[in-house]
Write a protein that binds this ligand. Sequence first.
Ligand SMILES: *Cc1c(COP(=O)(O)O)cnc(C)c1O
Length: 370
Amino acid sequence: MLLLIPGPVQTRPEVRAAMGTDIAPWDDDFRAEYASLRPRITAIAGGVEGRHVTLPLQGCGHMIVEAAIRTFVPAGGKLLVPNNGAYAARVIRLAREAGRVPVELRAPATRRVDALAVAEALAADPSISHVGLVHSETGTGVVNDAQAIGAVVRAAGRRMILDAVSGFGVLPFMLAEQPEVDAVVFTSNKCLEGLPGFGFAVSPVERLLACEGQAGSWCMDLADVYRHGVENGWGSFRFTPAVQSLRAFGVALDLYEAEGRAARAARYAENARILYNGMLALGLTPYLERAEQGPIIVTLHQPSDPRFELQRFVTALKRRGVLISNFYSTKEPTLRIGCIGAVTAEDMRFAVAQIGATLDELGVGRRAAA
Ligand SMILES: *Cc1c(COP(=O)(O)O)cnc(C)c1O
């Protein structure tokens, strides 16, 4: 089965095979294996060893986003969230339920967030301490400009938390060049092509020291993860980790480093291009203009023909060997197709052909191809 969803992504067999043994996380052999992963992750974030630190947390992406909010934004503190999609709306909910005060900056779903609008919102409310930005908005496929928005956050003397979960490792980002960032967060899955099980934050050490004791949650306190690592060594966990997933992540990092960041980014961009053009040729309408289309996920309007029904389409396409999401998170009915994971251009051309065949099989009419 070709898995074309923006997480959990398709992985390579070597990565999955690494899960097949029992491991004690505190065992000396595994401690060394785990400890060796951390500087490699810091490097992918563009961090500097000693100044920045990689903090692992068991669980999914939402949990590491919440942990970053809790760790760096004090209880009752204000977090400005530019909202141009469903994942930004999730940041708002995570912040609110953690007892922080999200300030929503509404923005159109079909465009990247305007940095000037962020600057104006910060100027209008000096009590906002942080901006919570989604780098690649998985609800649509838009990639927000983390550098331009970071620059206005820096100029305003505020801090930023970057939800980089969907694009980390391929979208341009250098932590060392963005001192306003308290945390860039991501998971073992998605563009790093590991298995789910871990979230990571990469953060400045001095900020972790300045923010001790304000998370209001032991489990989600990244400053406590840091302190524990310093006091007990970086092969030690506070709580039982998804240890097999971590070993598999080591294999995924080997593959990432062997492929290289630029080549992986180019592979995904090519996947997205083949899909975007292929869907246009089938008479489907992409949700985004080409100029706003990022490399992570392509979203399409559902055909207006009443013979199109999403679950029926997904099930029929699955019979042909391609699995896509059976839900969408835009206001308008859409289809979402992931371009990331261990997926090649050839896989993408296969997927385009199967999507066309499935629409024909179901007798779904579309607009003529442009
Ligand atoms: C996938 C994703 C997450 C986290 O999702 P989980 O299901 O919790 O792992 C968070 N933010 C973005 C932008 C994502 O794409």
